[in-house]
Design a protein. Sequence first.
Length: 484
Amino acid sequence: MTDTTRETDEPSVDQTPAQRQTPDQHRTADQHRTPGQRRSPEQPPSTGRHRPPGPDERGADQHWKVVPATERETERPRGRDLRTNLAINIGRMAASLSQRLGLGSGGMIGGRVALTLQPDLLQRLAAGRRVVMVTGTNGKTTTTQMVAEAMRAQAPAVSNATGANMLDGHVAALLTRLDAPFAALEVDELHLAQVTERFEPAAMLLLNLSRDQLDRVGEVRTVAASLQRALAQAPGAQVIANRDDPNIVFAASDHPNVTWVSGGVRWRDDALNCPRCGSFIGDVDRDWRCQCGLARPAADWTVTDTGVLDAEGTHHELALALPGHVNRVNATFALAAALELGGEEAAALARIRRISQAAGRYDTVRVGGRKVRLLLAKNPASWLEMLDLVSGNDEPLVLVVNSREADGYDVSWLWDVDFEMLRGRPVQVAGDRALDLAVRLRYAQVPATVASTVEVALGGSHGGVPDVIANYTAFRDVLTRSRR
Ligand SMILES: [Zn+2]
């Protein structure tokens, strides 16, 4: 299901060899522990954040040059046992074969084959690297790309850019370059515990939790409990977590090293009751506190309309190419992670700013001869974010909803989404469940025209660059057709 998403086409930006330093040269004192090694309790968490850019970081762009992502590793697998080397080589062969046969990016199958041959492969490949895991219901792919780019300001970083976010996808990503000292890995919410059973990441980013494919993923509270277990297995990692989401606070509040990000919450219906004791919390828009003691922590980073405030109240402009509040929140998580790993703010931000799409999300593509902006929304929370994004313009709007296996068959969530935000605005609808969507829109007093395909829908909208908001398989299909 990830076969049609693509890795970024953007060239990798790297330092010149003379400027390249090993990550060790960048680490602050407490970061000198080797990856995977647990921080002793008396050691404070790293203090790389909140530092203003130094004079030599101004105009940091001039210190970087763009080189194509063709640099191959120079280090061959050394010091590994026969079985591990065999797993690495055969996994890579399987990935390359799958690619050449046109079966997809090859990542999943390569990772799966390699893991079958060496069940310990994930921890072996993670050893000696600083790995950042990114999880949550929404924003994983975009944030992971931001983290990877930010880390590349320091040294090469691998990432599961194709969105394969379980263990085989992680192995596949780590296999792509054995000498990269950094990794940014998106991880499915229910699989983080399997990762921390195997090794301790340098940092874990907990973005948000909300209902998503209830017929497949399960209840939000189950996911929150699973994240809590995952974090308990990695006490030395730095956790960067959303303080406005009670489910995330529940998962992270017992961890010794948490950096709290405040980005507000738009979707509140999965956090009305306390995830710890079940009591009614009420409006989580303000400082919330439950009678059991679970409460909104103080923020280390607070996202604003243009950037982010640090704990000392200093404002940092973000000026992202990616649109919307939701991406300022994602970028804040990525920036916090980069600083925790010893990165420089100016260099990390320069790279985050340049990202203009993530696996097709927010990309401007051509569909049926028409230029469109492509947006992914796959559950009530992400629909709210995307509707908020388009409500600021008057471009033509096409909404596409499918209900295939990867989407979840149940589309009752359509009634949870506040389509009333579009009241009076004409929209075109398409996809397997266009009629369900049209009924929902009728109740929201949104004039909708049902089209047989996205191309037909686009033909029925005039002027401007239409926004196409599509759920998972619908998004994937439109993206694939745009690349033909
Ligand atoms: Zn409570």
